[in-house]
Design a protein around this ligand. Structure first.
Ligand code: BJW
Ligand code: ZN
Length: 296
């Protein structure tokens, strides 16, 4: 409305108390307080690359070593990070309410490590810790090896200026040089599929142009169609990536109230094009601080 979203916690609590079915959509901002970067805005860069330009099958085909170094770094950072109070607030909410599901676009495994009830957690974009084959249907779940392969070793945190790694001088050199646009890792030396033998292994995340997991989408549709949704929480996401973003509009169309929790407000970087514009509530700030307050 022209009056803008409500920022009134008491009013939100009243809506929350009367809500029987709630859907949450989470994004990178939920894990920001855990020290993990977002994709857009500040924190969306890695070694002079926009994070989103590396998240494509084309980038992997062009330079699998570069894309693997990026994901090796992401795996390392995610394993070092801890779930924050925002993840735990969603876990509490799920346990308290049967008809509550968390859809997350995050691949960092932090909701799982916060022991989010699994049947109420829908992973839209896969996981950094699933390993798939670029060629065939091979998949290995819950691979937490760090590094995933010696060639992808990260000796310490990139932002703490990596010390050269003894077992991989080549990758470390490329890693340290911010001007290096390509990797020097030979694709032949990267790990290959144990099943088809020819395909390169890749992280089990959903890249641009790839389909989201069908069974997961079907479970979400079932939840949405089953009965009226009262409230949707949109947490730490710009809601610019589809089909995840479409759930916000779907919730509005179905008469649910939409509450947004993020740093940038409803306009975000996309201004008038933002899917968040129709939010009924806005709580601007750190999800790790806000979620425990508004969900209690
Ligand atoms: C805080 C905070 C704090 C900061 N507290 N908040 C319809 C229309 C137009 C395009 C398309 C369409 N349908 C499909 C497309 C194409 C494409 C797409 O959406 N493009 C758009 C960019 C226009 N979609 C796809 O390709 C999808 N596949 C698909 O549709 O398949 C069918 C198909 C196939 C072929 C052709 C056509 C259709 C797949 C999308 C996969 C996206 N994958 C990535 C990478 C995953 C792996 C990895 O992690 O590397 O997913 S991209 C990246 O963006 C990642 C994220 O999950 C996703 C969303 O980002 P998110 O989470 O919103 O982060 P940010 O950075 O954008 O926002 C951070 C927010 O946090 C901000 O709001 C801050 O304010 C806030 N924040 N600190 C609270 N402390
Ligand atoms: Zn294979």
């Amino acid at each position: 409305s022209s009056y803008g979203p409500s920022t009134d916690v008491q009013e939100f609590h009243d809506v929350l108390k009367s809500s029987k079915r709630i859907l949450a959509l989470c994004g990178a901002g939920l894990s920001a307080a855990s020290g993990l970067g977002t994709f857009r805005g500040a924190g969306g860069m890695w070694r002079n690359h926009k994070a989103t330009t590396l998240a494509t099958p084309e980038a992997f085909e062009r330079d699998p070593g570069l894309v693997w170094l990026f994901y090796s770094y992401r795996r390392h950072m995610a394993l070092k990070a801890k779930p924050n109070a925002g993840h735990y607030a969603l876990v509490e909410m799920s346990k308290k309410m049967g008809s509550f599901i968390t859809m997350t676009q995050n691949v960092d495994g932090l909701s799982q490590r916060a022991e989010h009830p699994r049947e109420q957690l829908k992973l839209l974009h896969g996981s950094l810790f699933d390993i798939k084959c670029f060629n065939c249907d091979y998949i290995q779940l819950n691979n937490f090896e760090d590094p995933f392969h010696p060639l992808l070793a990260i000796s310490s945190d990139e932002d703490a200026r990596l010390a050269p790694s003894a077992n991989n001088v080549q990758a470390t050199a490329a890693y340290l040089d911010p001007n290096v646009g390509t990797s020097t890792v030979n694709p032949d030396d990267l790990p290959h599929c144990p099943s088809c033998k020819t395909g390169l292994l890749r992280p089990g995340v959903v890249w641009f142009g790839e389909s989201l997991p069908e069974d997961t989408l079907a479970e979400i549709d079932q939840f949405i169609l089953e009965d009226k949704m009262d409230l949707m929480l949109v947490i730490g996401t710009t809601a610019t990536v589809y089909p995840a973003a479409s759930y916000v509009n779907q919730a509005k169309r179905r008469g649910a109230r939409v509450a947004v929790v993020n740093m940038d407000g409803l306009d975000g970087e996309l201004g008038a094009a933002s899917n968040l514009r129709r939010g009924d509530f806005l709580f601007q700030g750190d999800a790790a601080k806000i979620l425990p307050e508004i969900l209690k």
